[in-house]
Write a protein that binds this ligand. Structure first.
Ligand SMILES: C[S@@+](CC[C@H](N)C(=O)[O-])C[C@H]1O[C@@H](n2cnc3c(N)ncnc32)[C@H](O)[C@@H]1O
Length: 211
């Protein structure tokens, strides 16, 4: 944690992980997601039954019920997040005894080295927070199974996401969602074929498939 001294007032600068940990207990009341837009995004992804899914920056697990509904209980979900308190909440909502096909892992996507490859890797409302956008896409592409898909999505417009972040704590205020064109270019340079680009006033959905 960095110490910033300002006119005799010592302020503690939060790291991004600390910022999200500090919000974990109120996250589900604070973060509102339009269920109809979430359902549209899930339909665009078109998960197959029995798929193996990585939910990067899963937070308290808002997407998990939507994904389970599509992949069924023969599929598997790993929720990955750097903020352990977000995952504590997720584990309370999706306990292993009732959801044996859902696991949560504390970690940063850039250092995550699972034993299995994934059919789908979804970043819902998390991509702006990855510091090295281009290399994070490269890393996620390397974790996809053959014909696997990487999905970067938000249920709000890019403009709305970016102005929201600017109004928040310093630890996230410069976390910017790049244009759909820019993310498509990163996906292409990671060897993915871009299948869907929606970057409009309603939502943001970029889908790339492993060739
Ligand atoms: C805005 S929250 C969204 C949480 C959840 N997807 C939702 O929509 O409610 C972003 C999440 O991404 C996580 N995150 C940020 N950077 C990450 C990284 N490098 N690897 C894994 N998770 C990360 C944060 O800890 C946080 O829980």
């Amino acid at each position: 944690m960095k110490h910033i001294k300002q006119r005799n007032v010592i302020k503690l600068a939060l790291t991004q992980r600390e910022f999200f940990n500090s919000l974990a207990s109120e996250w589900d009341n604070r973060a509102r997601h339009d269920p109809s837009k979430l359902a549209e995004i899930i339909n665009l992804i078109n998960f197959s039954k029995g798929a193996n899914v990585l939910d990067v920056g899963c937070g308290t697990g808002v997407l998990i019920p939507y994904i389970i509904e599509k992949i069924g209980y023969s599929g598997r979900i790993v929720g990955l997040d750097i903020a352990e308190k977000m995952l504590e909440k997720a584990r309370q909502k999706f306990p292993h005894q009732n959801f044996p096909n859902v696991d949560f892992v504390v970690g940063d996507i850039m250092n995550y080295n699972p034993r299995l490859f994934f059919d789908y890797i979804v970043c819902y409302s998390s991509f702006p927070h990855f510091p090295d956008k281009k290399n994070s896409i490269k890393k996620m592409a390397s974790l996809l199974d053959s014909e696997g898909k990487l999905i970067i999505c938000h249920s709000e417009s890019r403009q709305k996401i970016n102005s929201l972040h600017q109004s928040l704590d310093k630890s996230v205020s410069s976390d910017i969602l790049p244009s759909g064109m820019q993310v498509s270019a990163y996906m292409q340079s990671a060897g993915l074929k871009v299948e869907t680009v929606i970057d409009d006033e309603e939502k943001y959905v970029i889908i790339g498939a492993k060739l």
